[in-house]
Design a binder for this molecule. Structure first.
Ligand SMILES: [Zn+2]
Length: 83
């Protein structure tokens, strides 16, 4: 008696988890500055904070990191199988 494996491929998609939101952090890249924006979901406010920092210090270059939570789910098969 032999054992055979049955392999099938299931299409999946990836997207943002519905219970999550994008957050951003920012860090001034001036070598003599330690200014940062703490993680926030208010992306527009983070941009305003960076622009305000530029206005106060003249530092214009920032590293920004955007983060979300992703989820992978199988693609729904909406059509009936063909015969
Ligand atoms: Zn700075």
């Amino acid at each position: 008696m032999s054992v055979k494996a049955v392999l099938r491929f299931v299409e999946h998609r990836i997207g943002r988890h519905p219970d999550s939101e994008v957050t951003v952090t920012a860090r001034c890249l001036n070598p003599d500055c330690a200014w940062t924006v703490s993680p926030t979901a208010d992306l527009a406010q983070a941009d305003v904070d960076c622009m305000a920092h530029k206005g106060l210090t003249g530092h214009a270059i920032f590293a920004r990191n955007f983060e979300d939570v992703a989820v992978v789910v199988p693609v729904e098969q909406n059509s009936a199988p063909s015969r």
